[in-house]
Design a protein around this ligand. Sequence first.
Ligand code: FE2
Length: 179
Amino acid sequence: MQTIDREDETPVLIKHGTRLSRYVLASHPFDVVGWDGWVYPFTFNADDFEPITGTVHQPPPIHLTFCAKGFVLCTFAPRMLDTHPEAIKVPYAHSNVQADEVLYYVRGQFGSRRGVEESSITLHPRGIPHGPHPGTIAASRNMTRTDELAVMVDTVRPLSVTRQALELDDPNYPYSWLD
Ligand SMILES: [Fe+2]
């Protein structure tokens, strides 16, 4: 392949079916020598990410930031909460029947949760119903925004818990939903 490493306005004709579009790039696109086959880490600044909000609670895909074969990654970033006067501003109860769900609580107050704090990691295996903790629906009624930051990985295949992870297990977490 020919390599052209040139910082110069370069017109490119792109064919969409029977139509052509003309783009002008700031540099020549043939400036890549080749791909060595490695996959490199990718950084994403969660503070630059602002999920869609609405009058009522929006479904989880508004938090989706990466999608790959076998898993998705969601970012629960600071955002405005639902604006309808009767909106329930915390996630509804669900059983994530198609995915195992791992959440890492990065920072902030987690409005829908008790029994977690900054740096907690939770695993909700598929099929186990879970939702807002008792009292959190009422407590969120007058809130207008959330400043929590959490990252979630949903996996298509079931996860196995390692011995090291079991040593960090909080046996009281399943009971945190009890009043
Ligand atoms: Fe969940």
